[in-house]
Design a protein around this ligand. Structure first.
Ligand SMILES: Cc1cc2nc3c(=O)[nH]c(=O)nc-3n(C[C@H](O)[C@H](O)[C@H](O)COP(=O)(O)OP(=O)(O)OC[C@H]3O[C@@H](n4cnc5c(N)ncnc54)[C@H](O)[C@@H]3O)c2cc1C
Ligand SMILES: C[S@@+](CC[C@H](N)C(=O)[O-])C[C@H]1O[C@@H](n2cnc3c(N)ncnc32)[C@H](O)[C@@H]1O
Length: 714
C-alpha cells in the first residue's frame, strides 16, 4: 500500500451523541438540538431551465450553474466514452471474480444519465458472463442540488425516445428516487446486484463521511473499502469551482488505492494539477465528438503490477472465502434483516432462534412504520429519518416479491397522521420537509383522511410513506431466500477460534448441537449480553400491544388511517397466515392499540390493566373515541414483548472489541421496523469491507465498543 494513500481510520468510538435516535415514543426528547439554528443540511433542489441543442432537441440546463447537464451532441454516447470506456469498465467489470464488489464514485448525479449508462453496461456484462452472477456493483454518487422528481421524469423521458434500451432502468430508477433530503439514500436493485448510494449534500462533505475503517482494530481478512473508478462530472470548473476544489481532491486521494482510475471530460489545468498532486498519473486522450481532448488518470501500481486489467490489486477489495457462512442468533426483525442483507451479498446464512422466527418483540400482528422526526438541519445524521426512508423503500420493493409469490404484502402503505402530542417537531419545522416525506394536512384534509369529526386536527404531521408492516409476510419472504436456512437452536455459548466460530446450543428435537461458521452475528435483543459479556446489558422495557375485533358499527367510526399520539392505533384486516403468530381472525378487521412501557420487566403475560393503559392513551388524546372503543377489554387479545434500549438511545451495530468474527446488532428500542433494515445493510457492509450507507460519525455512535456503553446501568 502506497504511503500516498494512507488508510487512516476516520471513525472515533468516543464521539458525543448528536441526537437521541431511539427513544420510546413516550419519553421527552430532552436532547433535541436548538431547532431555530441555521439549516446547513437543508437541500435546495435544482432549478431546471431548458435550451434547444444543435440538433433541435431540448436539453436541461442548471439554473444554479447555467451549464448543460449533458452534451448537446449526444449525452449518452459521451457518458459511455468518457466515464465507462476511459475507466476501462467493460474490461475491469468482466474481470471481477465471484462475490467481488466494484465501487464507482461520481461527483454530480445530475440527471442520473451516467448511472443509467453504467447500469445498462453492467446488465449486459452480467448477461454475457455467468461468472458475474455474484459480483456486485456499488455506485456511490453525490449531489448538492438534486433534481425534483417531476423534472427528472421529464428529462429522462427524452432518453426513452433516443435510447429505448434505458427505459426499463429509467422506470426503476424513478420509482426508487428518494425525497430530496440531505444524507445517504441507499437504493438496492437486487436483480442486478447493484447498490446505489445517493449522498445528497455538498460532495466534499459527503465524501468525507465515507468510512474506510469501521472498527477499532482492523482484521486482516476484512478488506478496506476504496473507490475503483471516479466519474469527475462537475459542471465546467469555471462555473462550478466547489466540485473541483482542493477539499474534493483530498477526499479523492483518501478514498483511492493502487489501480484506482478517474475520468473527466475536463482538461482544465487545475484538474490536471490536482489529480497529479494526489498521486494519479494523468493522460490526455481524444475527447467525445468535437471535443479535442479529455483526461484519464490512474494511481500507478508498483512496476510488477502495472496492468490494472489484471485486477491484481483487487485482493484488497475481494470477498474473502472467510466470510462465506454466517450464523445469526435471534430471528426477530434484526436477525431477519441481517440475514437478508448478507444473503443478498452471496453469504450463506444459518438463522437461529431459541424458539421460532418472530418469537420475541418483533412478532406483533402489525408494526407501524413511522419515523421519529427531527428538524431538517439534522436530518442527514438522523438514523430515524434515514432508516425510515430506506425501510419504506425496501418494504415496497418486497411487496413486489410478495405479489409474485401471491402472498400478503409486507407493507400496507396507509400513510399515518401524528397528532403532535408527543412529537419533538412542530408544524413550522414540518414545513421545511418535502411533502412526499412529511407534511401538515389542512383541517379539512385531516378530517377527511382520519374520519375524525370533533377532534382538533389543526396541527398535525402527515407521513405519506408510513404504513403497517406485516411481520409474518416479511419473515415469509426472507426465509424463501435460497441462501437462508432457519434452524431452531437455543444458543448457550459462542467460541471464537482463529479460523472459525463455533456456536453451541440445544435443539428441541435433537438436543445438543454445534454449528461452525466464519462469523456470528448476535441479534438476541435484551438477551444479547448473556451470549457475550462484551455486549452492553441494555435497559429492558416491557410493552403490550392490544387488539380487538370491532363491531360493524364501531368499525365505521374508527380512525381510517394509523394515528400517533402518546400511543398509536391502527386498524388492519388479518391476512392468511397471520394467526400462526397471534390470535387474529383471518379476513376480519381488528383495531390495534399500543402500547404500554414498563421498565425492568421482562415477563410477557397479558395484562388487562395494560389494555386499559392503551385505551386511556387513545381516549385522552381523542375524546370522541370514548364512545367508540368498548370499555370492557376482557375479550381483547394482546402480545407483550421487551424493548431493548441503550442509555444513549442508539442501536448497537458492529464488531465486538478484541474479536475477529463476533458481531452484534441489537437495541432497536421502540422502532425496530424503521431501524433494522438500514442497520443490517450497514453491518453487512462492515462485515464485507464495503462502504456503508451511514457516515463514519454515525458508525461510531452505533459501535458496540463506544464509551457510553462502558459503564453499566445502575
Ligand atoms: C408492544 C410493542 C410494540 C411495538 N411497536 C412497534 C412498532 O409499531 N413499530 C416498530 O418499528 N417497532 C415497534 N416495537 C419495537 C420493535 O418490536 C423492536 O424494536 C424489535 O422487535 C426488535 O427486534 P429484535 O430482532 O432486535 O428483537 P426481538 O424481536 O426481541 O428478537 C430477538 C430474538 O432473539 C431470540 N433469542 C434470544 N436469546 C437467544 C438465544 N440464546 N438463542 C437463540 N435465540 C435467542 C429471541 O427468541 C428473539 O426471537 C414495538 C415493541 C413492543 C414491545
Ligand atoms: C454536469 S452535472 C452532472 C451530470 C450527471 N452526472 C448526469 O449523468 O446527468 C454536475 C452536477 O454536479 C452537481 N454539483 C455541483 N456542485 C456540487 C457540489 N459541490 N456537491 C455536489 N454536487 C454538486 C450539480 O448540481 C449537477 O447536478
Amino acid at each position: 500500500m502506497s504511503n500516498a494513500f494512507p488508510k487512516n481510520s476516520s471513525t472515533s468510538a468516543s464521539l458525543p451523541d448528536k441526537q437521541p435516535d431511539n427513544q420510546p415514543d413516550n419519553q421527552p426528547d430532552n436532547q433535541s438540538p436548538n431547532i431555530h439554528s441555521p439549516q446547513p443540511s437543508a437541500i435546495r433542489p435544482a432549478k431546471i431551465d431548458w435550451q434547444m441543442d444543435d440538433t433541435g432537441n431540448q436539453v436541461p440546463v442548471s439554473g444554479e450553474f447555467g451549464d448543460v447537464y449533458f452534451s448537446h451532441a449526444d449525452g449518452l454516447a459521451e457518458s459511455r466514452h468518457v466515464f465507462s470506456a476511459h475507466n476501462q469498465l467493460p474490461k475491469r467489470l468482466t474481470n471481477l471474480v465471484p462475490h467481488q464488489c466494484f465501487s464507482i464514485a461520481e461527483l454530480g448525479l445530475g440527471t442520473g444519465l451516467n448511472l443509467l449508462a453504467t447500469w445498462q453496461l453492467w446488465r449486459e456484462l452480467r448477461d454475457m458472463h455467468p461468472h458475474l452472477a455474484t459480483a456486485k456493483l456499488h455506485f456511490i454518487t453525490t449531489e448538492k442540488h438534486p433534481i425534483p422528481l417531476t423534472d427528472l421524469t421529464q428529462i429522462l423521458a427524452l432518453w426513452a425516445q433516443r435510447a429505448p434500451e434505458l427505459s426499463v432502468l429509467t422506470a426503476q430508477f424513478l420509482a426508487a428516487y428518494p425525497p430530496l433530503i440531505a444524507g445517504c439514500h441507499r437504493l438496492n436493485f437486487l436483480d442486478d446486484n447493484l447498490t446505489v448510494d445517493m449522498w445528497f449534500g455538498d460532495a466534499a462533505d459527503s465524501l468525507a463521511k465515507l468510512a474506510l475503517d469501521t472498527s477499532l482494530q482492523p482484521v486482516p481478512y476484512i478488506p478496506t473499502p476504496y473507490i475503483d473508478a471516479w466519474y469527475l462530472d462537475g459542471f465546467a470548473p469555471s462555473c462550478n469551482s466547489t466540485l473541483w476544489a482542493e477539499n474534493i481532491f483530498a477526499q479523492i486521494q483518501r478514498l483511492s488505492y493502487l489501480g484506482t482510475t478517474a475520468a473527466t471530460y475536463s482538461c482544465a489545468g487545475i484538474v490536471k494539477r490536482a489529480l497529479k498532486d494526489c498521486g494519479f498519473e494523468i493522460k490526455k486522450v481524444k475527447g467525445f465528438g468535437r471535443k479535442r481532448e479529455m483526461l484519464t488518470a490512474i494511481v500507478p501500481m508498483p512496476t510488477d503490477l502495472t496492468d490494472v486489467n489484471n485486477n491484481a490489486h483487487d485482493h484488497a477489495n475481494n470477498r474473502s472465502a472467510d466470510s462465506v457462512h454466517t450464523v445469526i442468533i435471534g430471528a426477530g426483525v434484526s436477525g431477519l434483516l441481517t440475514a437478508w442483507s448478507l444473503a443478498n451479498r452471496g453469504i450463506k446464512v444459518t438463522l437461529t432462534d431459541k424458539s421460532a422466527p418472530l418469537a420475541g418483540a418483533s412478532g406483533n400482528p402489525r408494526a407501524l412504520l413511522a419515523p421519529k422526526m427531527t428538524p431538517i438541519h439534522h436530518v442527514d445524521e438522523h438514523l430515524h429519518s434515514i432508516g425510515y426512508l430506506y425501510s419504506s423503500r425496501l418494504y415496497r420493493q418486497l411487496n413486489k416479491e410478495a405479489a409474485k409469490q401471491n402472498t400478503a404484502p409486507v407493507l400496507e402503505l396507509t400513510g399515518a397522521l401524528d397528532l403532535l402530542i408527543k412529537a419533538n417537531i412542530g408544524t413550522e419545522q414540518i414545513a421545511d420537509y418535502p411533502d412526499e416525506m412529511a407534511t401538515t394536512l389542512s383541517l379539512a384534509q385531516a378530517q377527511e383522511t382520519t374520519g375524525l369529526k370533533t377532534q382538533d386536527l389543526s396541527e398535525n404531521l402527515y407521513l405519506p410513506q408510513s404504513g403497517l408492516v406485516n411481520p409474518q409476510a416479511l419473515k415469509n419472504i426472507i426465509l424463501t431466500h435460497p441462501l437462508i436456512r432457519f434452524q431452531q437452536l437455543d444458543v448457550s455459548s459462542i467460541n471464537e477460534m482463529e479460523s472459525c466460530v463455533r456456536v453451541e446450543g440445544s435443539n428441541q428435537d435433537k438436543g445438543a448441537m454445534t454449528i461452525s461458521a466464519d462469523n456470528v452475528v448476535i441479534c438476541a435483543a435484551f438477551e444479547s449480553h448473556k451470549l457475550d459479556r462484551r455486549i452492553f446489558d441494555c435497559r429492558k422495557i416491557r410493552g403490550q400491544l392490544s387488539w380487538f375485533t370491532p363491531t360493524a358499527a364501531e368499525l365505521t367510526n374508527l380512525p381510517k388511517v394509523p394515528l400517533k399520539y402518546s400511543g398509536y392505533c391502527a386498524a388492519f384486516t388479518a391476512q392468511a397466515g397471520d394467526n400462526e403468530l397471534n390470535g387474529v381472525v383471518e379476513g376480519a378487521a381488528h383495531l390495534l392499540l399500543g402500547a404500554s412501557f414498563i421498565r425492568n420487566d421482562t415477563s410477557t403475560d397479558i395484562r388487562d390493566e395494560e389494555h386499559q393503559i392503551s385505551r386511556d392513551k387513545l381516549v385522552t388524546a381523542i375524546p370522541e373515541m370514548e364512545s367508540v372503543i368498548p370499555a370492557d377489554s376482557s375479550l381483547w387479545q394482546g402480545r407483550a414483548g421487551v424493548r431493548t434500549q441503550t442509555p444513549d438511545y442508539h442501536p448497537i451495530v458492529g464488531r465486538l472489541a478484541q474479536s475477529q468474527r463476533t458481531w452484534v446488532m441489537s437495541a432497536m428500542g421502540a422502532k425496530g421496523y424503521a431501524l433494522a433494515p438500514i442497520c443490517a445493510e450497514t453491518l453487512a457492509d462492515m462485515m464485507l469491507g464495503s462502504f456503508a450507507p451511514l457516515s463514519a460519525a454515525m458508525l461510531a455512535r452505533l459501535s458496540p465498543n463506544r464509551i457510553r456503553l462502558q459503564t453499566p446501568l445502575n
